[in-house]
Ligand binder design. Structure first.
Ligand code: C5P
Length: 229
């Protein structure tokens, strides 16, 4: 089944505290978004990438794609205020004969091409698949106003969910059409809301989302390790 990707990369990067979107920050000398797009260039299952961009920097994304020879980026779409709006904007730009949509954060530059392919293969039968890793820390629900613990969550049941998240196209489109609110932090949340079981596949602890300056330092180290190993 043909698969195409939507890559939301339109965030402001507020938590990074930089003037330009975090997606342009250099990691091991190459802008973050280029690492992410290279993984899609190298994977076998995805033949086209819809890149969701920040409107003020549209030409910068295009230049990067051209300069780095990233042939699968075929569409540049303007993002919305929230991540889910950005992905929603990209949905109609997936080819009409494409049955599977892969959504991946532009800010996860350490994704491995073979994991994208595995998630796509799993999605053929499971229809909705997310990558995730078991939580290693103790997670507590807190009362933010009081700064006190409300309760401790059972760690055995907790997974940190990542992208790629892969869906049969009709499911994802239906989920966005029926969404009561787009105030969600991933696409699977909307698919869950229409009553679909989402398969969780073991991801990779290295597949971090680069959000704050300390993540940049970690990503640099991980990339350096990969280039050695
Ligand atoms: O904000 P967060 O780090 O969760 O964003 C995850 C991904 O979604 C990033 O790649 C970011 O650029 C993208 N995003 C977007 N449009 C927004 C907000 C975030 O495309 N309005």
């Amino acid at each position: 089944m043909k698969a195409q990707a939507i890559i939301p990369a339109a965030g402001e990067g507020t938590r990074m505290g930089s003037d330009t979107p975090k997606i342009f920050l250099p990691l091991a000398g190459v802008p973050m978004i280029v690492h992410t797009l290279r993984a899609f260039e190298a994977c076998a299952s995805v033949d086209k990438v819809v890149l969701v961009v920040h409107p003020e920097y549209a030409s910068e994304y295009r230049s990067l794609v051209e300069d780095h020879g990233l042939t699968k980026v075929k569409e540049y779409i303007t993002g919305g205020v929230r991540r889910s709006e950005s992905v929603g904007n990209g949905l109609t730009y997936v080819d009409s004969d494409c049955g599977i949509i892969v959504v991946h954060d532009g800010a996860r530059p350490l994704i491995k091409p073979n994991l994208i392919d595995k998630a796509v293969a799993q999605c053929v039968t499971d229809r909705a698949v997310v990558l995730g890793v078991p939580v290693k820390q103790t997670i507590k629900k807190i009362n933010a106003l009081e700064g006190t613990v409300e309760r401790t969550l059972e760690r055995e049941q907790l997974w940190e969910i990542q992208t790629p998240q892969v869906f049969h196209r009709d499911l994802l489109v239906e989920a966005y059409e029926h969404a009561k609110s787009l105030d969600v932090t991933d696409d699977a949340s909307l698919v869950e809301q229409i009553g679909i079981k989402v398969k969780v596949m073991q991801g990779d602890y290295f597949n971090i989302k680069v959000t704050t300056p300390d993540d940049v330092a970690i990503a640099e180290k991980l990339l350096a390790m990969e280039s050695v190993g």
